[in-house]
Design a protein around this ligand. Structure first.
Ligand code: NAD
Ligand code: UFG
Length: 340
């Protein structure tokens, strides 16, 4: 059993990871400032696992606070989810994004170095591949970014690589997520976007529940199966299980590595819409509009390295992802913390 510090542990992916970590016998300590999550998530993790994780309402920019956490707990490894994640907003507010995602992360890494906790799993993103030359995308493909959010992910990877070069005691795995969607089967945990969703499945969910009128499909003239954008959607529970494998692996090796977490399958916008229609039993209206600036046609992962290194692969189908998203949406029409 290991004791894992989970930053951002009340957020969408972090909360699912906490459940999987606890269910596989680990102890979890969460640090989250609740900027984009609700304290009620803790009740739900407890309801699902029978264990209430230790929780610190704290900002990762608070170095003294983090020192206190490490002194109060003998932490074996950190999984670092905390950060801002909206691509469009990062273009409007670059300073806030760099401050939170870079200064915040640096603060965490400095304190980890100080206390001698040198095992880390970092939430990176497929966005670091920029516009990939081909698919499936392998981990050694060239990296580049087109917005401040993506830059914060790539910069974190560079910083962590340099830390590992400077001190061979460190073990760091950067997990490059493709498109996490879906929710816990219980309907108790899921994604609660702030305001009007930017991402496809949260948007479709709002159309299905009647809070938004129709889906805008951003372009149908890409070189894809039906002209709409293709992505590698991965169930958040598969992703969470990937973190359990990753942290176990990181605890047994030294050095820096990057690993894709995806399914290796690509689905178009219309294919996802139709899977969601099947899940909710309704026809969902949509209109094709202009391409969204910065979007690429196709993006899906090579999953070979994750299988080889972590012994992990995704299992859930696109239909299950949509069914679980729909169950969560129906059970939590106003989000988490407003009911139950
Ligand atoms: P989320 O917003 O649901 O969770 C992030 C959590 O971090 C929130 O609970 C928020 O309150 C907390 N947080 C933010 N800044 C903090 C700070 N300074 N101190 C303490 N807590 C802070 O996001 P998510 O979808 O669960 O994403 C988790 C991580 O995965 C993020 O780093 C994100 O960039 C990355 N990621 C997400 C996706 C995706 O599509 N969801 C894709 C690739 C990578
Ligand atoms: N789309 C629509 N209408 C919408 C929303 C999205 O047609 O209302 C389309 C997009 O054009 C794209 C696909 O649906 O073809 C997926 O779009 P998302 O916004 O859901 O996801 P992205 O692939 O654009 O971006 C996501 C995360 C990023 C992350 C990236 C790579 O939002 O943070 O995956 O991992 F960097």
């Amino acid at each position: 059993m290991s004791k894992i510090l989970v930053t951002g542990g009340t957020g969408y992916i972090g909360s699912h990871a906490c459940v999987e970590l606890i269910e596989s016998g680990n102890e979890v300590v969460i640090v989250d400032n609740l900027y984009n999550s609700n304290i009620a998530v803790l009740d739900r993790i407890e309801k699902l696992t029978g264990v209430r994780p230790t929780f610190y309402e704290m900002d990762i920019l608070d170095a003294d606070g983090l020192r206190r956490v490490f002194h109060e707990h003998k932490i074996d490894a950190v999984i670092h989810f905390a950060g801002y994640k909206a691509v469009g907003e990062s273009v409007e507010k670059p300073l806030e994004y760099y401050h939170n995602n870079i200064t915040g992360s640096l603060t965490l890494y400095m304190v980890m170095k100080e206390v001698g906790c040198k095992t880390l799993v970092f939430s990176s993103s497929a966005t670091v591949y920029g516009s990939p030359k081909s698919c499936p995308i392998e981990e050694d493909f060239p990296v580049s970014t087109t917005n401040p959010y993506g830059s914060t992910k790539l910069m974190n990877e560079m910083i962590l690589k340099d830390i590992c070069i400077s001190d061979p005691e460190w073990s760091v795995l950067c997990l490059r997520y493709f498109n996490p969607i879906g929710a816990h089967k219980s309907g108790l945990l899921g994604e609660v976007p702030n305001g009007i969703p930017n991402n496809l499945v949260p948007y479709i969910a709002r159309v299905a529940i009647g809070q938004l009128e129709y889906l805008r499909v951003f372009g149908d003239d890409y070189d894809t199966v039906d002209g709409t954008g293709v992505r590698d959607y991965i169930h958040v529970v598969d992703l969470a299980k990937g973190h359990v494998s990753a942290v176990n692996h990181a605890l047994g090796v030294k050095g820096f590595d990057t690993i894709n977490l995806g399914t290796g399958n690509g689905y178009s916008v219309l294919e996802v819409l139709h899977a969601y229609e099947k899940a909710c039993g309704k026809t969902l209206p949509y209109k094709v509009v202009e391409r969204r600036s910065g979007d690429i046609a196709t993006c899906f992962a090579s999953t070979t390295k994750a299988k080889e290194v972590l012994g992990w692969e995704a299992n859930y189908t696109i239909d299950e992802m949509c069914e679980d998203s729909w169950r969560f949406t129906q059970m939590n029409p106003k989000g988490i913390g407003t009911d139950l």
